[in-house]
Design a protein around this ligand. Structure first.
Ligand code: AMP
Ligand code: ZN
Length: 432
């Protein structure tokens, strides 16, 4: 099923034309109404009149997460606050989350994109859709919710957590489609096994999963355990939230909503645009966003673009499942964690050496983060009780700073491996 055939199956030529006119409009708007864009473009010696075809995009400067930090919280908004109807922000960053604003029109477009994604995953007006992404500042819950309502499905706004109740809702209310993180789908499966309920009493048919990387193997596992079809949905707070790209029944890459977003792939080191089909960092320009238009935003997500026609009939290009990043951001239980955040928290605590390592494991399908921290010789020779206190304090500070539960292990001086080049801060043992 296709939600919006006219847009999703638009012939390439028409799509190119639409993209160009929307691109010109976006570039003029940011130049005129966002000082940060104007100064970046002036510095690069380009202005909106230089954009005469899609390939001219490459002359424009990139926008990065640093620009979000520099303009925190609302400096990148292109409309006055009176036109903003919603603010969402990204998970997990200390002090300065990434903030997104939406006009009414942006919210409607976002709902449209999630309606497409959910339809791609098999949803119809007859579906009962359980949204188990978190509701709140995180974009998952409300994004999924509005999309499901737009389709006319019945939405269960379950939000995250309380797995036992989630399984009960699925069973009692006859959930047909589940939207959550892929890892949580497996956690729910374990709870289902524990519940002793009979699978034949569930109406569960498919799932739309995203907000964190997951491999083909993980898909197979979810599909065979739950006996459902599992589809991938991609997005990020800055771009709009989930729904920027999503899978169709072919499950051969995620159709990127090309009427709303223009994608490029660049070499993350040189910034050069790579030809179609090559793997690199995804750079996104928004084409319809009003409150927070993005021009050449570096997502840091690694993928490749496939423009081959898809058997489903959609013409929009597909991006390959996203499994890696060009920076060191970790996604732990859906929360974005940068080693630098851990570092800045640790360094505020006396008695700690600036040597630490993040060890990530997946235990019973849930991510677990352990932070190993070296303590000074003096601290290490202290009484056990003092060490335990220190461990508890670090653990508290990291929990509240990162927004996720962290295990802390103090290690003896000079036990964390030193590297000659970049320090190896992350040991990721998750088999995605
Ligand atoms: P947030 O803004 O907190 O929603 O985080 C967005 C980031 O989550 C993206 O930049 C990706 O790195 C990751 N992400 C979201 N959806 C997916 C997905 N379907 N597959 C892989 N990574 C994803
Ligand atoms: Zn398709």
């Amino acid at each position: 099923m296709i939600w919006n055939k006219e847009q999703e199956c638009m012939p390439r030529e028409e799509l190119d034309k639409l993209q160009l006119s929307r691109l010109k409009d976006t570039v003029s708007r940011v130049y005129d109404s966002v000082p940060a864009y104007k100064s970046k473009m002036d510095e690069a010696g380009v202005n909106p009149r230089d954009i005469n075809n899609l390939a001219d995009l490459k002359y424009l400067p990139f926008l990065t997460k640093q620009d979000f930090r520099d303009n925190y919280p609302f400096g990148l908004l292109a409309v006055p606050m009176r036109d903003v109807v919603r603010i969402q922000s990204s998970s997990g960053t200390t002090g300065k989350p990434t903030v997104a604003g939406y006009t009414q029109h942006d919210i409607e477009n976002w709902a449209e994109l999630m309606a497409r994604a959910l339809t791609g995953a098999g949803a119809t007006a007859d579906s009962i859709i359980q949204i188990t992404w978190g509701y709140g500042l995180f974009t998952g819950g409300l994004g999924g919710h509005y999309g499901a309502e737009k389709i006319g499905a019945a939405v269960l706004p379950a939000s995250g957590g309380n797995t036992r109740r989630q399984v009960m809702l699925m069973h009692d209310y006859g959930t047909t489609l589940l939207g959550c993180t892929p890892s949580y789908a497996l956690v729910m499966y374990e709870e289902f096994l524990k519940s002793g309920l009979d699978r034949s009493e569930f109406k569960f048919k498919s799932g739309l999963f995203g907000a964190e990387p997951w491999s083909e193997n993980m898909r197979k596992e979810i599909e065979s355990k739950w006996e459902i079809d599992a589809y991938d949905v991609y997005g990020m707070t800055e771009l709009i939230g989930p729904g920027v790209a999503s899978e169709c029944a072919c499950k051969q890459g995620l159709h990127l909503a090309e009427d709303h977003f223009l994608a490029e792939i660049i070499d993350p080191d040189s910034g050069a645009v790579l030809p179609y089909g090559e793997r690199g960092e995804l750079v996104i320009t928004s084409l319809t966003k009003q409150a927070l238009p993005l021009v050449r935003y570096r997502t840091r997500d690694l993928t490749q673009i496939n423009r081959q026609p898809c058997a489903c009939g959609r013409t929009h290009a597909r991006i390959q499942k996203i499994l890696g990043r060009s920076d060191d951001m970790l996604i732990i239980r859906g929360v974005n964690v940068f080693p630098s955040m851990v570092e800045s928290i640790l360094l505020q605590i006396p008695g700690i050496e600036p040597q630490y390592q993040l060890v990530v494991d997946r235990v019973n399908n849930l991510d677990r983060l352990e932070v190993q921290v070296e303590v000074s010789e003096q601290v290490f020779s202290d009484e056990v009780r003092r060490l335990e206190e220190l461990e508890a304090r670090i653990s508290r500070e990291l929990d509240s700073g990162l927004g996720i539960a962290v295990r802390v292990r103090l290690v003896e001086p000079r036990t964390i491996e030193r590297s000659e080049g970049k320090a190896k801060r992350i040991i990721d043992n998750r088999k995605l």
